[in-house]
Design a protein around this ligand. Structure first.
Ligand code: NOJ
Length: 537
């Protein structure tokens, strides 16, 4: 038995509640909708997907300028999504099935309608003024420095009534909290406690490395890029040294409740993800390298090795291919081979050393939705169309079946259903043994049965072809070999070194068992787009 905590061994499934399942016909997904689909996620048998935890994107009260990432009450439920009673039922029903609950805390900024900001904004003398980042104007009324908003335009908003600027890293409706203010910080820590007391198992922390900005508010130096935000090196508006103290404090609160987790969303690269998840700071931090990776086994291997090296055994990796902010990976890698590649990608994600994070819909190979200009909802999509379409395409509703409304809603869905929902949906794949969904299910349940896939070392096997990725997972008592053919032709792969001696037992293949070729000392034969897992006897 592995002694690792659940958040290292388990599989996490992200739900964007707006788009998952709508129980009341208003076109928007809700908590009761999630409850109604828990058996699909894990009913304790391999008929279900088998995930160990769900991360729910925000469902707190919010005016919705950034679709819930602008929170106006951290300790409530937006009526759009249900009630606190629904939430308690969700926790109880999920726990009954062995599914943990991870909430999405957006603590870098609040909504401009949060009562804290209303007070802060009311007067320069207000006791909560310093809970946010207020500054006098620069010369001739200019903004205090050159910082840019991630969503476009300047990151400073002039408040004519109290004659100061406030800072907002995202929309002007998302003012940034001042984490240096002890009272604000205490209030934020109370938010963690509030949800931990209600039985929550962990948190995804939105833009966790932006909590502190340079205390002298120095200008960021320039960089090459297209959008204003990209034309700066962000050395002063994030990644400040004070973060480490805040992470320790958060970790302290979590640990006082037992085995609770947090995963940080990191703005930036793998080096920061490794740094912040090392030495017991944040339990996990997202490394988004995979989300920008081309379909190349060498590119994936390079980034896996770089992450392992950056973590240097001091932190635990986690991997992600899709989420609610980026184009779905089935479409990124897809084209003609979409389903075959979706399976190969799944086999990789679920057999690497590290916690896999799935994004709802990827288990059916869901494609990026097509959004007409008039239907665009996402603020950066509205602002930058046609150069950037925004994030609506990866947020379209989950198609559960081929009926009108796709089993998602009986009403008008808040974003259009994918045009192919009659073909690509859960019901169509559920009983098809060759579907993407069936393959995800088999992989996840195999992971549970093979501790080596959860905890084993990751040992790449150098191959002479650039068309495949091969590695061992190894513990003292178990060895697995994973071989992934990324392309459409069969491969005779030669290894540079021999495999450990022994005979091999096939545990899973994307293809019929009959044609599978066991690895031989120096090589393996793979069918087109085949992903296989062998176990050494
Ligand atoms: C990252 C979230 O994933 C994204 O959806 C949101 O818009 C920004 N943070 C701002 O909260």
């Amino acid at each position: 038995m592995s002694t690792k905590p659940w958040w290292q061994t388990g599989v996490v499934y992200q739900i964007y509640p707006r788009s998952f399942a709508d129980s009341d016909g208003d076109g928007t997904g809700d908590l009761r909708g999630v409850i109604s689909r828990l058996d699909y996620l894990n009913d304790g048998t391999p008929r279900s997907l088998g995930v160990d935890a769900i991360w729910l994107s925000p469902f707190f009260p919010s005016p919705g300028f950034d679709f819930g990432y602008d929170v106006s009450d951290y300790c409530g439920i937006d009526p759009l999504f249900g009630t606190m009673k629904d939430f308690d039922t969700l926790v109880a029903e999920a726990h009954r099935r062995g599914i943990r609950i991870i909430l999405d805390l957006v603590l870098n900024h609040t909504s401009h309608l949060h009562p804290w900001f209303a007070e802060s904004r009311s007067a320069q003398e207000n006791p909560k003024r310093d809970w946010y980042i207020w500054q006098d104007p620069g010369r001739f009324g200019a903004a205090p420095n050159n910082w840019q908003s991630v969503f476009g335009g300047k990151a400073w908003k002039w408040d004519a009534r109290t004659r100061q600027y406030y800072f907002h890293m995202f929309l002007e409706q998302q003012p940034d909290l001042n984490w240096r203010n002890p009272n604000a910080r205490k209030a934020v820590m109370d938010v963690f406690r509030f949800w931990l007391d209600r039985g929550v198992d962990g948190f995804r922390l939105d833009v966790v490395n932006a909590y502190f900005k340079d205390s002298m508010l120095r200008n960021n130096p320039p960089a090459l890029g297209i959008r204003g935000y990209e034309r700066q090196r962000h050395i002063y508006d994030k990644d400040q040294p004070e973060l480490l103290g805040a992470y320790r404090e958060i970790r302290g609160v979590l640990d006082s409740y037992g085995e609770r987790m947090a995963v940080g969303e990191i703005m930036g690269g793998m080096a920061e993800a490794a740094r912040y998840s090392s030495d017991g700071l944040l339990p996990l931090a997202f490394n988004f390298e995979f989300t920008g990776q081309r379909w190349s086994p060498q590119a994936f291997l390079k980034s896996i090795m770089a992450f392992e090296q950056a973590l240097a055994g001091k932190g635990w990796p986690c991997y992600v291919l899709s989420n609610h902010d980026i184009v779905r990976h089935a479409s990124r890698y897809g084209g003609r081979w979409l389903e075959a590649r979706a399976k190969v990608a799944a086999a990789m994600l679920l057999t690497l050393r590290g916690t896999p994070f799935l994004y709802h819909g990827e288990e059916i190979g869901m494609r990026e939705g097509k959004i007409a200009r008039a239907d665009i909802q996402d603020p950066p999509g509205k602002r930058y169309w046609p150069f950037y379409m925004g994030r609506d395409g990866c947020r379209t509703p989950i198609p559960w079946n081929a009926f009108p409304g796709a089993g998602f809603t009986t009403g008008d869905p808040w974003l259009p259903l994918n045009p192919d929902f009659r073909k690509v949906n859960v019901a169509a794949q559920r009983d098809d043994p060759d579907s993407v969904l069936s393959f995800y299910r088999k992989l996840i349940w195999l992971r549970k049965k093979m501790p080596v896939l959860q905890a084993g070392d990751f040992i790449p096997i150098p191959v002479k072809s650039g068309r495949a990725l091969v590695y061992l997972r190894e513990t003292k008592s178990q060895v697995a070999l994973v071989a992934l053919n990324f392309f459409e032709s069969a491969l005779d792969l030669a290894f540079r070194e021999p495999l450990p001696a022994g005979s091999w037992r096939l545990r899973l293949s994307t293809h019929p068992v009959e044609g599978a070729q066991p690895p031989l000392g120096y090589g393996i034969r793979l069918r087109p787009h085949e992903a296989v897992i062998w176990e050494k006897r």
